[in-house]
Ligand binder design. Structure first.
Ligand SMILES: C[S@@+](CC[C@H](N)C(=O)[O-])C[C@H]1O[C@@H](n2cnc3c(N)ncnc32)[C@H](O)[C@@H]1O
Length: 191
């Protein structure tokens, strides 16, 4: 949606990295497991922002496609990628209209919620492929102003994956603290 592109381009306008340079903690803590589970190393970063998670995966030997609506975020990701001597296929696109045209061994979906995309992420996985997903959980502790539609409700993330062909390897909700989140690690059925 054009309004999202404009909003996120404004947030990313500065040369500073709004989301920081370090990858998501969940991704960083699971990287060795992901390398074991995803020997094919083809990864898709959903709503990649300024590229921090894509670049981290590229440093770990993944071939990453990164998709985000913000051309400014994509530009910052590309600049950092060149500075760090890694390669990521950054693409500017609206995920509400995006077709995932090939197969991936790993899909990461961090700090972004588009419920209808989840079955498409699962469909795009290779057999035994993995989705690592974490985003904001609605909770009385949540700080700042948020659009309620973009917040997970308690138990919702698990429900979104139940019925998908595969196994929930890990599921957690963290309602306490300033940044409540829910997270899941899902593996597509192997046969
Ligand atoms: C909170 S940021 C998360 C960025 C990244 N996943 C991270 O953790 O650093 C949310 C991202 O979603 C992107 N976004 C919002 N709506 C989108 C849409 N319809 N299609 C693609 N990207 C979108 C924004 O541009 C922004 O980069």
């Amino acid at each position: 949606m054009e309004a999202d592109r404009i909003k996120w381009n404004r947030r990313y306008a500065d040369d500073d990295y709004q989301m920081g340079l370090r990858p998501s903690q969940f991704l960083a803590e699971r990287i060795e497991l992901l390398k074991t589970l995803c020997p094919g190393r083809r990864a898709l970063d959903i709503a990649s922002g300024e590229g921090r998670n894509s670049i981290f995966l590229a440093h770990h030997g993944f071939q990453v496609t990164a998709v985000d609506i913000s051309d400014r975020g994509v530009e910052k990701g590309e600049r950092r990628m060149k500075n760090e001597g890694v390669s990521v296929d950054f693409r500017t696109a609206d995920l509400e209209e995006y077709t995932i045209a090939r197969e991936y061994d790993l899909v990461i979906n961090l700090n972004f919620l588009l419920r209808d995309l989840i079955p498409k992420e699962v469909a795009a996985l290779s057999r035994g492929g993995v989705i690592l997903f974490e985003t904001i959980l609605d909770s009385p502790n949540l700080q700042g102003i948020h659009t309620s539609h973009y917040l997970l409700q308690p138990g919702e993330l698990r429900r979104l994956f139940i019925g998908e062909p595969g196994t929930i390897l890990e599921y957690d909700e963290f309602p306490d603290g300033n940044s409540p989140t829910a997270r899941i690690l899902f593996q597509k059925r192997i046969i």
